[in-house]
Write a protein that binds this ligand. Structure first.
Ligand code: 4NP
Length: 163
């Protein structure tokens, strides 16, 4: 089982939206038993909360029902041991992860959009203090990123049952 962790500041907007897209894409493509995806926060201000209602509404409009199962949690030391890939939604989150992560696990860290091979800005913009359109923009970046990452992982590491 290959484990991916998606991380943002609050784990109520960007990383749960990316997790919901990832989870539902894996289920639809029959890859859910080989790749496991989870999400977490750097901060602790929304622990155990559901995703932001605007994030839930946006994800449901796009057909990603897994968003309703997610509750915010903080990154823990065990994540650096257990996960194969830890992807930050923006540069400031990546820097925070780099400070917490043991030396021998630093190679697991990257930006979500950089790992996806995205052109242009590599930060998924924080939509929390913005308008509903910010969530639509985040959703587009999550869908593009997840599609590219699944393709990349299938090419680099053909995923097989039992992995
Ligand atoms: P997220 O968005 O990191 O995408 O979950 C935010 C959520 C909460 C806050 C900031 C960003 N906050 O300041 O409480």
């Amino acid at each position: 089982m290959y484990r991916i962790l998606l991380v943002c500041l609050g784990n109520i907007c960007r990383s749960p939206m990316a997790e919901a897209v990832f989870h539902d894409v894996l289920v639809r493509r029959g890859l859910a038993s080989m790749l496991q995806v989870d999400s977490a926060a750097i901060g602790r201000s929304h622990l155990k909360e559901k995703p932001d209602r605007r994030a839930i509404a946006c994800a449901l409009r796009h057909g990603y029902r897994h968003i309703e199962q997610i509750r915010s949690r903080q990154v823990r030391a065990q994540d650096f041991l257990e996960c194969d890939l830890i992807l930050a939604m923006d540069e400031s989150v990546l820097r925070a992860l780099q400070r917490q992560c043991p030396q021998d696990a630093q190679h697991k860290l990257d930006l979500f959009l950089r790992f996806a091979g995205h052109d242009g800005s590599l930060d998924v913009p924080d939509p929390y203090y913005g308008s509903p359109e910010g969530f639509v923009k985040v959703m587009g970046l999550c869908e593009a990123g997840v599609t590219a990452i699944v393709k990349r992982l299938e090419l680099e590491r053909p995923v097989r049952a039992g992995d």
